[in-house]
Write a protein that binds this ligand. Sequence first.
Ligand code: EPU
Length: 304
Amino acid sequence: MKTKILADKISKIAGAQVRLNEPMSSHTSLKIGGSADIFVSPRGIDSLQQVISLATADNIKYHVIGNGTNLLVSDDGVRGIVIQIKEGFNRIIRKMRREEAVIKVEAGVPLGKILKLAKDEGLSGFEFAAGIPGSIGGAVCMNASTKLGAVSDVLHSIEVFSGGKLQKFKKDELDFRYRELNIDSKTIILNAVFCMNFGNKVKIAETIDKFIEERRNAQPKGKSAGCIFKNPENRSAGKIIDELGFKGQKIGGAYVSDVHANFIMNDGTATCADFIALIRKIRKDVEEKSGIKLEYEIKFLGNM
Ligand code: EPU
């Protein structure tokens, strides 16, 4: 009852889209996860602020997600509110200067949309992100990267909601690391400003297409959350797992990809419990046999 009353308040006061008992499997690339008590899509910054103050006033926990492409959600689902930063945060604002293209991108924009803009207008700097799924908010939060570069290479500044207020940070005020932005877990990324360069349209499009093709050949299709583990320094987690013979190993509906061993796939029937069992087994084996403690790249939500 309390949940229903809060959901109604969120819908009326914050004008957000609200769903009760929403299956998280519909909001993750892994297609795994039980229901969130309340699932909310705010309409924009004001709506988000209202959702958070309503949740805080009722002492209800909230969790923020982006596009769910790097996320493993518990089979028991998520208690409290899941706030998805997506529909209400989907604008790209271009501020072209003579030599530099400055773009402000809201957190819900998919990376693919920036790559399309880069191709259409001949903007260089984002080629590294070709083929990475997910939204800008998630990509900034995790400092998404490939061998061609990282979000932190092109980022100028971010705007966030933190401690009840809006705040702006320039890149040099932020602590970016490999696949990580060191910020408070309650800080919500609202938008990011990137500085790109004008370049040769044809060359930029070629680089993007070639890189997408390379990824297609080296990484599996299907239901996954991308790489499960971060790479240890100067090593590939995929190669380490592969060398231990894990490719094809299966627990329940979760299995290690034959294409790239750092990808654990859902065959369509996997539960979160299957995933946890398999990734713990890999981690334990890698540590026992090579002394390396693999760190998780994916994020976890709910009780595991
Ligand atoms: N390799 C194997 N077996 C495997 C996987 C890889 O032998 O099962 C070998 C490859 O043949 C290659 C080396 O390991 O010689 C490195 O492999 P790859 O080029 O695929 O790069 P990676 O280090 O495994 C990283 C990122 C990927 C990113 C690629 C390409 C991490 C954890 N992974 O993978 O990111 O796409 O480089 O830039 O940093 C992701 O985070 O979801 C992700 C896919």
